[in-house]
Design a protein around this ligand. Sequence first.
Ligand code: ATP
Length: 316
Amino acid sequence: MERRRLHNTIQELKGNIRVCCRVRPLEDGGLTKHIQLAPSDNKSIILAKTEESHAGKTEDTQTNYHFSFDWVFGPQASQQEIFDEISLLVQSALDGYNVCCFAYGQTGSGKTYTMEGGEADDTRGVIPRTMQQIFRAGAELQSQGWEFSFTASFVEIYNETLRDLLYSGKAIKRPEHEIRKAANNEVTVTNLTYEKVYSEDQVLGLIALAKQNRSTAQTAMNYRSSRSHSIFQLQIEGVNSGRDVKCKSNLCLVDLAGSERIVKNQSQGEHFKEMTSINSSLSNLGIVITSLANKASHVPYRNSKLTYLLQETAKR
Ligand SMILES: Nc1ncnc2c1ncn2[C@@H]1O[C@H](COP(=O)(O)OP(=O)(O)OP(=O)(O)O)[C@@H](O)[C@H]1O
């Protein structure tokens, strides 16, 4: 119990909202020349932008922009290093704290690589590593009288419409989904697959099914995965009958839609609609996170499907 208390006090002191930056490598493993990592610490980066002057773009008119983060991972950072930062929060989720981790960035910046990764052990991403840790730690806690149950769901939000990524039926017209909030504030999605999970391999199977579901939609609607949010949620319930204590929490791992700007006159029709929907849901997410950071009395969760779905996770 003392370990739990100290661990979670440290997590709170580190900050309830943390922002880390991962700079992806170029094809040759190097760093783009527009980015400099601060040599003194791992907490800031400098982006160099060549400004347009009346004489055209020249190196002389380069402006540096400084950005600070809780941590910056350079191009050489491994999947394990990224996970080491998150693993402490995964432990908190088992202790009954809600945890949510977002991957945000432009299309191609490495969000899906970071969250899901590849099949080789060293390229596995945050979701499989999290599940490995959850099952290992859950088994260790059994010796202290804890029994855990885990329920997974995987949902995609595209143009403010929800889609079940764990759907395995054959129906051409797929079930529709609504987000419902019960009197006890519990948020559920109608017709969504909530799968009890017992092993890491079972979760890897679910990730593969989600990938397959996403690529089917992608051929029908080009580049769809870049333009939708995908949300992996794990509901954790723990009971310790000997001590007569229970805990319940939600762990969410979110791969957000690409954050491109709408280029004037180039985005039309369906593409314009997609971009407007992404921008609006990303800016609503920004507003919700700022309101939470400022401990505002009202947090506008209802303004987008993403924040409405995740509202429970924002509360302890
Ligand atoms: N840190 C990294 N090391 C090696 N390869 C990477 C890294 N990050 C990304 N990549 C590779 O770059 C490509 C684009 O990455 P990824 O698909 O993860 O981007 P994304 O941000 O999820 O894009 P989208 O918004 O389109 O889904 C992939 O081929 C991926 O394997």
